[in-house]
Structure formats: structure tokens, C-alpha cells
Write a protein that binds this ligand. Sequence first.
Ligand SMILES: NC(=O)c1ccc[n+]([C@@H]2O[C@H](COP(=O)([O-])OP(=O)(O)OC[C@H]3O[C@@H](n4cnc5c(N)ncnc54)[C@H](O)[C@@H]3O)[C@@H](O)[C@H]2O)c1
Length: 252
Amino acid sequence: MAADKRGEFEDQVVLVTGAASGIGRAVALMLHERGARVVAEDKNPMVEALARPGLIPLVADITLDGAAQKAVATAIAHFGRLDILVNNAGIIINKRVVDMTRDDWDRIQAVNVTAAFLHAREAVHAMIPNRKGAIVNIASYAAYQAFPTIAAYAASKGALAQLTRALALEAIDHGIRVNAVGSGDVVTNILNDVVEDGPDFLARHGEKTPIKRAAQPEEIAEVVAFLASDRASYIVGSVVMADGGMSVPAGA
Ligand SMILES: NC(=O)c1ccc[n+]([C@@H]2O[C@H](COP(=O)([O-])OP(=O)(O)OC[C@H]3O[C@@H](n4cnc5c(N)ncnc54)[C@H](O)[C@@H]3O)[C@@H](O)[C@H]2O)c1
């Protein structure tokens, strides 16, 4: 599959947040392999392991003031432009609302929504002169579905889905398409601070979905690549579900 699309992103410049691990790492490597030049941003210095010609790691906390400006400026300084932003970084804190602190709530919203807004705003500024661009936000089935302990995360992903739709209607006037992926369970490190066996937990949780398994990060990266590409030229403001059927309302 990758060989068919080699060169698809030739001459395009991509910024991916949360690129040290999981879905973001898979997106950065897949788009780079298909010809993009990539800025891979993460607070985890492990992102530096991705360094190679045409792929610049940027160690940064995306929630800090000025981070979005610096990330977009890095893309322009190294590669001359920005064509694609993937707002991927995200965190989870699993607590019931009665046990959740203000700090827990604020940290989730800061990473999952506010940083996505700030990066999108800077990206749109950089893309407007080109009259073209694509932004892909990584949402979740939790934008639509809920279970106990997920309130802060679900609220953040619901907000990200609505940011996607509202911004899409503004940005399309400039030829910039904004969409999101509604991801299901993916075998990544996102639960490592929540449970002892994060990736295994996600693999087991995925067995409860209609497809009866969790996704690998590359399966979500494929959807991101499609939405970021000209193949998705008529898709604007969509949250494309890639969740193994998790969000399908079950019939009797
Ligand atoms: N894994 C799943 O089951 C699943 C399901 C639905 C949605 N998602 C979403 O997918 C996205 C990627 O998550 P993942 O599963 O690959 O997790 P992951 O933990 O493997 O990767 C997330 C990356 O984001 C980085 N990050 C977190 N906070 C940051 C910050 N403040 N500044 C910079 N980088 C930061 C982390 O260091 C990490 O490298 C998230 O938005 C997550 O909510 C994941």
C-alpha cells in the first residue's frame, strides 16, 4: 500500500503534534515516507529518534505560550511553508467527576482542545497565502459515546469535533480543509499513566468492538493521510470514524 502512494506528499510540509509515540509517530513516518517534509513535535525527547533528512523533531510542550507559533515557524524556517497540520497529541485521565480536580480537568482541555485551537490558528495564518491546506484533528469515539470516568476526555474530544466543524466553515473560504478522525481503540502508550499494562489493556478493550480487535497506529495514520491528501478534496468538516464499528448504534 505504501509503495503505491510514495511521492503523494512530495513538496508538502507537515506539522504533527504528539509525534514521539503511537498514532502521531505513525503519521509522521507515513507522510515522510510518502514524500512529505515533516516537523514532528512532542514534549517527550524520544521524538528526536525520528530525526532524518526531511524530518525535523521539535521537543516542545504544545500547551505552553508561544509553542504553536514556534512550531509553525520551525516548519517555515526549515521547509519554507506549511501545507498540513495534524493535531494529534492527546492525554487521558480516567477519574469520576466527583474525584476529578480542577487541575485534572484543565490539563486535559489544555492538551486536547486548547493546544489544537492554537496550532490550528497559527497554521491557518500560514496557509492562507497559499490558498490551500489541510488540518486533521485526532478526535475519538468518545466525542459521541461515554462511560464512567471519561467525562473530561469525552468533553475535550466533543469540543475538538465541534472545533473541527466550525473552523472548517471558516477555513474553506481559503481553500483549507479541516477534518477529524474519530479513532477507536488503538494499541498505543496513551494509558500508560492510567493502568499498568496500557497497550495490552487497549488491545483487550478493542476485543469488545464489532471488529473484535484494537487498531494498530498505522490504520489510523492511513485515514489521516487520506484526509490530508487531495484524494479527500470534497471532505470538509467531517469527523470520519475509524473505530471498528464501535460507534454504530446497535440494533436489536
Ligand atoms: N489510543 C487510543 O485508543 C485512542 C483512541 C481514540 C483517540 N486517541 C487519540 O489519539 C491521539 C494520539 O494518542 P496515542 O493513542 O497515539 O497516544 P500516545 O500516548 O502513544 O501518544 C501521544 C503523544 O502525545 C504527546 N503529548 C502529550 N501531551 C503533550 C504535550 N503537552 N505537548 C507535546 N506532546 C504531548 C505524548 O508525549 C505522546 O508522545 C490522542 O489525541 C488520543 O486522544 C487515541
